[in-house]
Ligand binder design. Structure first.
Ligand SMILES: NC(=O)c1ccc[n+]([C@@H]2O[C@H](COP(=O)([O-])OP(=O)(O)OC[C@H]3O[C@@H](n4cnc5c(N)ncnc54)[C@H](O)[C@@H]3O)[C@@H](O)[C@H]2O)c1
Ligand SMILES: C[C@@H](O)[C@H](N)C(=O)O
Length: 447
């Protein structure tokens, strides 16, 4: 375990005190005479050297004892303070407690930031706009999120970042910056220099691509997340991390899947997302981090490509239907999965970030809109493209993943707590997607 990791702080102080006490004599010992005082002259010189050593040992003992006394007093003060905070922050709704002061005041921040680091953290009042950073922003969802947030908070208050080179239209639409979430120093520099207050953490390797590259997925999805949590806790950021239907597994209830149930996913992607949910909630309860998380279904978007997931077929089908009138599906016809149109997904994200903290009875919510199979989706497409044909060529890896995921999501807590409501059901989704691709295709044919 790294010395600076939060886990390193969880060694009980009592056991430290026990170890110190074991090394210190309990009985009252008589101090040896100072060298040069009790052993004067000639033959006594050898004896004098022995006395000198005993005197040094004695001084050391006294020093260790007073150090351990100081530690004990600091510990007792800290515990008293934490107990006070517990009483103040007790929430009757969830029985949990939330520290009302940022973690740095407790002197136990995850990376041991000195107390005088306060000036790094920027806060904002309700009338100010947050200063936003989006990581992994060049994937399927990030650019759309940046557009939505820029409309709400102003173009220059939203910084998109990624490790890839942005296309021209993205680069010219607002601030873009290079950010590798595996580079902690780089992250901290961006947060400090830009006075970031909200962080949307989108970098990840998705389910199918993660299975093809487990070690990279582990690094980006787990190590990267640790950096994000630490930088967010140190700088008092409000942090959004998306989770997924993929955070559930074959032993979870699948129809419907509630917020709280068994989570034993079988993909590195799913494992890393359960880890993210738990770590985020841990940082919330332990350090007061304002962590907010939604479990997205498969997201369907018209103007951005998916990044290697199991639900990607539900994006590609529209492109192929509009362009070729046919589609080869890599999942079986009857594979039912929860899905959502991107506009609903991004609106849910903004809404949960703006929700008053008191309205959140938990920190990780399912959000849902619709559930369908490839067969049902094809039927809906047929209503618009009568010549459309779907064939099946099943990908074994993706199918096994899909078969372990929820078929339908129960998002009643999100609806109850912060008023979540989706706009797009299957018919509206299909009309919107085909309109976009139809107009794209017509533009392409005209050129
Ligand atoms: N798209 C979906 O259907 C869906 C569903 C559920 C959850 N999510 C979650 O939403 C988030 C965004 O999803 P997406 O579909 O846009 O993903 P995506 O795969 O399309 O994009 C991920 C981005 O992360 C970037 N990235 C990779 N390594 C990085 C690193 N070291 N540092 C910084 N960036 C790095 C990639 O360059 C890429 O642009 C992810 O966390 C994903 O798990 C997405
Ligand atoms: C569901 C989601 O997390 C992603 N689209 C995937 O299939 O991996």
């Amino acid at each position: 375990m790294r010395a600076d990791s939060p886990g390193a702080l969880t060694v009980p102080e009592s056991s430290l005190r026990g170890a110190c006490a074991a090394r210190l004599p309990r009985r009252r010992a008589v101090p040896p005479p100072r060298p040069g005082i009790g052993a004067p002259g000639g033959a006594a010189r050898d004896k004098g050297a022995g006395v000198g050593l005993r005197w040094v040992c004695w001084q050391l003992r006294l020093w260790v004892r007073s150090l351990s006394e100081v530690r004990r007093k600091v510990f007792e003060k800290k515990m008293l303070f934490i107990r006070m905070l517990r009483r103040v922050g007790q929430s009757p709704a969830c029985g949990c407690w939330t520290p009302v002061l940022p973690v740095r005041f407790l002197g136990i921040s995850p990376r041991q930031i000195p107390a005088d680091a306060n000036f790094h953290s920027a806060s904002f009042s309700d009338t100010d706009h947050p200063r936003v950073l989006i990581t992994g922003g060049l994937g399927q969802l990030g650019v759309g999120l940046a557009n939505l947030l820029r409309k709400r908070f102003g173009k220059d208050n939203v910084i998109l970042s990624d490790i890839r080179k942005p296309p021209d239209h993205v680069f010219h639409s607002g601030p873009f910056i290079y950010s590798d979430i595996l580079d902690y120093k780089n992250l901290r520099e961006i947060v400090v220099n830009n006075r970031i207050t909200w962080l949307f953490h989108y970098s990840a390797l998705l389910s199918a691509i993660g299975e093809a590259n487990v070690s990279l997925a582990r690094a980006v999805n787990i190590t990267g997340l640790h950096n994000i949590l630490d930088v967010a806790a140190e700088h008092n950021l409000r942090l959004f991390v998306p989770s997924t239907i993929g955070a559930f597994g074959p032993t979870s209830p699948r129809n419907p899947t509630p917020d709280l149930c068994i989570q034993r996913p079988r993909t590195i992607y799913g494992v890393s997302k359960v880890h993210a949910e738990l770590m985020g909630e841990y940082y919330h309860y332990r350090y007061g981090l304002d962590f907010r998380c939604l479990r997205y279904p498969g997201i369907i978007s018209a103007d951005s490509q998916p990044g290697g997931g199991t639900t990607d077929y539900a994006v590609q089908i529209f492109h192929d239907a509009a362009k070729h009138g046919k589609f080869e599906c890599n999942l079986e016809a009857r594979t039912r999965l929860p899905m959502m149109y991107i506009d609903d997904c991004l609106r849910a994200t903004l809404e949960v970030m703006e929700a008053p903290a008191e309205s959140l009875s938990m920190r990780t919510y399912n959000v849902s809109a619709m559930s369908f199979t490839p067969e049902e989706l094809a039927q809906e497409v047929l209503k618009h493209v009568p010549e459309f044909q779907i064939t099946y060529n099943v990908d074994a890896v993706r199918q096994a993943i899909a078969d372990s995921w929820p078929m339908k999501f129960d998002d009643s807590n999100a609806r109850k707590d912060w008023g979540w409501k989706h706009d797009f059901d299957l018919p509206e989704l299909v009309t919107t997607m085909l309109n976009f691709h139809g107009s794209e295709t017509r533009v392409a044919q005209a050129n």
